[in-house]
Design a protein around this ligand. Sequence first.
Ligand SMILES: C[S@@+](CC[C@H](N)C(=O)[O-])C[C@H]1O[C@@H](n2cnc3c(N)ncnc32)[C@H](O)[C@@H]1O
Length: 255
Amino acid sequence: MDAHFSRVANLYTDVRRTDRGPVDFIRDVLDGAGRITGTDIGCGSGRYSALLLECLEGLFLTCADANQSMLDELTRSFNDIHIERFKTVHARVEDLDLEDGSLDCVFSFNAVHHFDFPVFTTTMRDCLKPGGHGFVYTRTPEMNSQTIWGRYFPGFLEKETRLYHRAQMETWFEEVGGLELIAIEQFPYPRQCGIDELLWQARNHHYSTFSLFSDDEFKNSLTVFEDSLRRHFTNPSAIAWFDENIMLHLRRLDA
Ligand SMILES: C[S@@+](CC[C@H](N)C(=O)[O-])C[C@H]1O[C@@H](n2cnc3c(N)ncnc32)[C@H](O)[C@@H]1O
């Protein structure tokens, strides 16, 4: 998977759709918090880290990722737009060395399905200050099956076995102790775009799921995907569907 993220790093921010909803939700929760320290684990090329820094003026962010090319891309783009309140850490969450009780917030966007989730929950609990917040933005297998890829791209659901069920994540957070699950917010998104954009996204492996296909499997599935879309949608310039994600909001209990 590391090779996949190295390959897509320089295109990643362009090829993925970035939604403001989860960041607006975080901004509202942290409203008036003043100076805060946080980490974005699995930050990738930094599209959500950048939005967090834009919305939270008092935030200093440690951007952590297992892939150096993603972090290089993040640093390059942050330097271009003069974002300074960050540092990068090249580490897997399983090896991440964060001081106990040192942070106000832990964020993770679209990344927890790559992690050993129980290790991630322990890391979150240990590095948060009492009262600190955890925000986990992800999609479940059920949500994945509603995407345009889940519905029309043969093999997409069978290959993507890494996503966690909501109940399983809730149980892991309960089991680790010391964290309270405050809310699970749903973020539904009506989507619409042209077939060419969808084919471009798939060819550029905008979801890492595509890197789990062999070249031949991918080619065949892409052909069937395009045929199915042309049959199901009368206007190939306006293909419509719903995406959905959830945000788990947690709070570190007093020690
Ligand atoms: C799907 S991308 C999401 C990136 C970013 N959060 C976003 O939404 O654009 C997942 C990221 O998690 C990173 N990653 C994968 N496994 C990881 C691990 N065990 N620890 C930390 N980061 C990891 C990958 O390198 C990749 O950058």
